[in-house]
Design a protein around this ligand. Structure first.
Ligand SMILES: Nc1ncnc2c1ncn2[C@@H]1O[C@H](COP(=O)(O)OP(=O)(O)OP(=O)(O)O)[C@@H](O)[C@H]1O
Ligand SMILES: [Mg+2]
Length: 137
């Protein structure tokens, strides 16, 4: 699934990754990076809040707001600057920074399903819909 998403992502897309602890959000982000051709380490950004990647010409920023307590800090931390038309942003635990984040183009909800995982994908914007159309082909 990460590989399929990697093929359709375009700069500027904001992707929310939701689901309980252990639902597979970081693993999917890693799959997307692998699909883009990134071979280095993909760490969970739970402590750093954000991990930055550049794969060929694409900027990808991977956030995890699980430990984020005060959305007012978001402006201070300069995080909003990461959400720009040149970068793909993957966001784990967006609900923890609710109100302070740009809206999602694509929302992926993940669930544990036995030894595997189930994902539901929705597009909220036209750019998100175009991306998912490419995913289906
Ligand atoms: N599709 C999958 N199939 C089987 N196991 C998976 C899958 N995705 C993730 N896992 C396993 O589930 C565990 C948790 O995965 P992961 O760290 O990606 O979850 P997470 O949603 O990012 O959790 P957190 O909310 O703590 O950041 C890992 O051991 C991982 O290997
Ligand atoms: Mg994670």
């Amino acid at each position: 699934m990460g590989a399929a998403l990697a093929r359709c992502l375009k700069p500027g897309l904001v992707v929310y990754l939701s689901g309980e602890l252990g639902a597979g959000k970081t693993t999917l982000a890693r799959g997307i990076l692998r699909g883009l051709g990134y071979t280095g380490k993909v760490k969970s950004p739970s402590f750093a809040l954000v991990e930055l990647y550049k794969v060929s010409r694409l900027y990808l920023y991977h956030f995890d707001f699980y430990r984020f307590t005060d959305s007012r800090e978001l402006g201070d931390a300069g995080f909003r600057d990461y959400f720009n038309p040149d970068a793909v942003c993957l966001v784990e635990w967006p609900e923890k920074a609710a109100g302070a984040l740009p809206a999602a183009d694509i929302r992926i909800g993940m669930k544990v399903a036995g030894s595997g995982r189930q994902a539901e994908i929705d597009a909220d914007t036209e750019t998100g819909r175009l991306c998912l159309e490419r995913l289906e082909h």
